[in-house]
Design a binder for this molecule. Structure first.
Ligand SMILES: Cc1cc2nc3c(=O)[nH]c(=O)nc-3n(C[C@H](O)[C@H](O)[C@H](O)COP(=O)(O)OP(=O)(O)OC[C@H]3O[C@@H](n4cnc5c(N)ncnc54)[C@H](O)[C@@H]3O)c2cc1C
Length: 399
């Protein structure tokens, strides 16, 4: 049996490590944080991500996590409600699931397997090469520097991946003109089932309830202007007040102090052209940091993990030679590429219209145009954007 080093215990790394361990592959999962609640990351799971958790064999544990199914999505243009989409008809609802609880559950399940080891507080700094092949990583641990060696390294270290930098694989960047400011406000507004979006005049605000008893707010800003927002303290809420309906305006005004420390999502949307090098594979945000449009990052990361476990799990379990392991890694990229490129390309469409203040986009997001789309184009739009809900390719567990 060959052993794997997985770097990063986000959705991609935690699920992959669990799936490898459940197949009897010895796996060491290295995570720089000592506690999963230290960083806010996404928490909307689409049916595609939920299906991946079920495929991984974690249905009962996942379904038992604190979660809120989103039953209704409302779209406002400024003050006016222009569209309500009941999501009750969907076979599976998008779900808000706090990531810390999900990750703790996955690693707790993984730790039931003999070959699984989670090392927290370990920050990987570099790759170890032997004869041009990756054979491990150099890391800083709470006790000092340490090397971890394995037959294959899988980098799941997220959007600022140090392994991506060290491996220097060719990369394409899709330029993004916006960032997102996140904050949360006490209470679930307007209720525990409804997500809202506010568009118009180049602005966009999204809000959704969290099972942790608050409402998450995301406000889209021009790239690079977060410094100005931070200087404003809680007064940044005054900026968005003119663009929302009166009920939200009042709700935010009453809860300003909760928003005094906003958090920046510096939006990037990149993809590595090559996800692999001898002895190494990158998946999740490490290989393809996603735009936040459509809430896709967690979902595609989980789906990467399922496909990786299919190909590499088998090869590692059979103690395959280096060429076979590298071949398996290339097949993972080949299988995931169509979905990642489809979704990243779709993610560019919305901002082009919603965030521009050009005459054309003002016409496209005008109330009569939305009413026209709602009446005549609804089924086309639902089909066109279905990959945001259900993914673009079939992802199933192969044993
Ligand atoms: C504010 C915000 C809101 C978001 N909202 C959504 C949403 O609603 N829906 C959605 O689908 N996606 C959302 N996303 C994106 C989503 O969180 C990511 O796409 C997803 O978490 C990617 O999973 P991953 O496992 O590839 O990487 P990550 O979740 O980033 O995990 C990487 C892990 O690696 C660890 N790590 C990093 N560097 C090292 C190192 N050198 N050594 C050891 N460990 C390391 C990190 O601590 C982390 O635990 C959001 C992201 C942010 C930041």
């Amino acid at each position: 049996m060959s052993d794997a080093i997985v770097v990063g215990a986000g959705p991609a790394g935690a699920l992959l490590a669990y799936m490898l361990a459940s197949r009897g592959v010895p796996v060491t999962l290295l995570e720089r944080q000592t506690d999963f609640s230290r960083e806010f990351r996404g928490e909307i799971l689409m049916p595609s991500g939920i299906a991946a958790m079920h495929e991984a064999g974690l249905r009962p544990q996942f379904d038992a996590l604190p979660n809120l199914p989103i039953g209704t999505a409302q779209l406002f243009r400024g003050e006016r409600l222009v569209f309500t989409a009941p999501l009750d008809g969907l076979p599976v609802h998008p779900r808000v699931v706090p990531q810390p609880a999900m990750l703790e559950m996955i690693v707790a399940k993984a730790s039931k397997f003999h070959g699984f080891k989670l090392e927290r507080g370990v920050t990987v700094r570099d790759l170890i090469y032997e004869k041009d092949r990756v054979v491990g990583v150099h890391a800083d641990t709470l006790e000092g520097p340490r090397d971890f060696r394995g037959d294959f390294v899988i980098a799941c270290d997220g959007r600022t991946s140090v392994i991506r930098k060290r491996a220097a694989l060719p990369q394409d960047r899709i330029m993004q003109g916006f960032d997102v400011v996140w904050g949360h406000v006490p209470g679930q507004f307007p209720d525990a089932r409804t997500a809202r979006g506010y568009i118009g005049s180049g602005h966009l605000l999204i809000m959704y309830p969290s099972p942790e008893g608050h409402t998450q707010i995301g406000w889209v800003i021009d790239k690079g202007t977060f410094g100005d927002i931070k200087k404003m303290g809680e007064r940044w809420i005054d900026e968005l007040a003119p663009h929302v309906s009166p009920d939200v305006r009042q709700y935010l005004a009453a809860n300003k102090t909760g928003l005094a420390h906003p958090f920046l999502l510096d939006v990037i949307c990149d993809r590595l052209r090559e996800w692999t090098a001898p002895g190494l594979l990158l998946i999740g945000d490490a290989a393809h940091p996603m735009s936040p449009v459509g809430g896709q990052g967690i979902n595609v990361a989980l789906r990467d993990a399922v496909v990786t476990a299919n190909h590499l799990g088998r090869a590692l379990k059979m103690h395959s030679d280096e060429a076979t392991l590298d071949f398996a890694a290339r097949n993972i990229q080949a299988e995931r590429w169509p979905e990642i490129t489809t979704i990243q390309d779709m993610q560019q469409i919305g901002p082009r219209f919603l965030l521009s203040n050009s005459l054309l986009s003002r016409i496209i997001v005008s109330t009569p145009m939305i009413a026209f789309a709602k009446t005549f184009l609804a089924s086309y739009i639902a089909r066109r954007f279905d990959p945001f809900l259900n993914g673009a390719t079939r992802v199933v567990t192969e044993l």
